[in-house]
Design a protein around this ligand. Structure first.
Ligand SMILES: Nc1ncnc2c1ncn2[C@@H]1O[C@H](COP(=O)(O)OP(=O)(O)OP(=O)(O)O)[C@@H](O)[C@H]1O
Ligand SMILES: [Mg+2]
Length: 369
């Protein structure tokens, strides 16, 4: 599989602070790859080094096999859609989209043809003569996209392009973008801090933390087999139970003294080491009687139940006050009133042990923690 974009051992240091720390990433031609991480993780910095708006201190960036590490943006076959899409307010939609082609000296006839095509692609042709301030946020976003697509880059870089949109429009644009990317066979590098968005759209997701890629994988792999407790908690939701790994078995003893069986152990914590056991809320079953046949069970108090549409989420608290979440399909769900006692139980196949250190800061050097 040909790599379209290769980031090899790239670092970017701002005044002693490693914003990007020895990152290697190969992005296959025609694939949709997301950089996912919380604020300050280094996502935009990586994108800027691929686009040429920033140069790495160490490492190499290749596009289509060509070393572009120190080339300016206009010498790279990429285009960027920025979060603040910054359309020219005094120009019509069509003029905004044509702008880049005009700069490149593309002749008038061809220019009009390509602008038309690009606007058709994002279903904005009917709005060609409007000004940006006569468009909704989502429509402006599509114009910004057309403005990038019209240049026919083989690689499109998108920095939180849907960040400004409301939830409904955002979900709609996610589907449209994904279809467009497939149809045109473009390579997309997509930055987001929204894990649902990354799961919905990507072929591969790079989960970033403190300037490094903590795990690279497909959505299913990241969700079902996270490599670290950080990824486990960042993608979807987890209940974490701190405790100690047991000698000789796939089990842990919680700080409260309860033993839990795990089918999976990630990151090779030493025997007797401090660990975090993790189970997702949707894998918890609730019962008002002690489920004696279940190897993993604990007694909790119901604090609240939250209606999430198709599911019902119970907020439980454990002795000691820790919160524990259980999510059940709403259809046919039993109700448990606040302040009642309930047993939460789950199968070992849904329980993973991680080294305790996974959730501790591993940042060295100056900068935000
Ligand atoms: N020009 C700069 N000068 C100094 N520090 C910078 C510069 N650009 C970025 N940084 C720092 O580098 C780190 C990574 O920044 P970056 O913009 O890549 O984060 P991000 O993952 O895109 O975050 P966000 O989700 O908030 O956009 C941050 O701590 C940021 O403060
Ligand atoms: Mg950013």
């Amino acid at each position: 599989m040909a790599a379209d974009v290769e980031v090899e051992r790239v670092s970017k240091i701002y005044g002693g602070f490693k914003a990007v720390d020895d990152v290697t990433l190969r992005i296959a031609k025609g694939s949709f790859v997301s950089l996912l991480g919380s604020s300050g993780a280094g996502k935009s910095t990586i994108l800027r080094m691929i686009s040429g708006f920033e140069f790495p201190d160490y490492g190499t960036v290749r596009i289509g096999g060509k070393d572009v590490t120190m080339l300016p943006p206009y010498s790279r076959d990429v285009n960027t859609v920025f979060q603040n899409y910054a359309l020219f307010p005094h120009m019509s939609v069509a003029e905004n989209v044509a702008y880049g082609l005009r700069q490149d000296g593309v002749p008038g006839d061809e220019r009009r043809k390509r602008v038309r095509e690009a606007l058709e692609m994002v279903e904005m042709l009917a709005f060609a003569e409007r000004r940006p301030n006569q468009l909704s946020g989502g429509q402006q976003q599509r114009v910004a996209l057309a403005r990038s697509l019209v240049k026919r880059p083989s690689v499109l870089l998108l920095d939180e392009p849907l960040g400004a949109l409301d939830r409904k429009l955002r979900q709609q644009m996610q589907v449209e973008l994904k279809l467009l990317q497939r149809q045109l066979g473009l390579t997309f590098v997509f930055v987001t801090h929204d894990q649902e968005e990354a799961l919905a759209m990507s072929d591969q997701i790079a989960v970033m933390r403190h300037g490094k890629i903590e795990q690279l994988g497909g959505p299913t792999e990241l969700y079902d087999a996270p490599a670290t407790a950080f990824v486990a908690g960042f993608i979807g939701t987890q209940n974490f139970i701190p405790g100690q790994r047991r000698e000789a078995t796939q089990a842990m003893t919680s700080d409260a003294g309860t033993t839990f069986m795990a089918a999976r152990i990630a990151g090779e914590p030493a025997r007797n080491a401090r660990v975090l056991g993790a189970v997702r809320p949707e894998n918890i079953l609730l019962s008002d009687r002690e489920p004696v046949a279940s190897p993993n069970r604990l007694k909790a108090r119901v604090d609240a139940s939250v209606m999430l549409g198709d599911t019902l989420e119970f907020v439980l608290s454990l002795p000691g006050g820790t919160h524990f979440m259980a999510r059940v399909p709403r259809r046919g769900a039993r109700q448990f009133a606040p302040d009642t006692e309930v047993w939460a139980h789950w199968e070992p196949e849904f329980f993973t042990l991680y080294p305790y250190e996974d959730l501790q800061g591993n940042r060295t050097g100056a900068g935000p923690a």
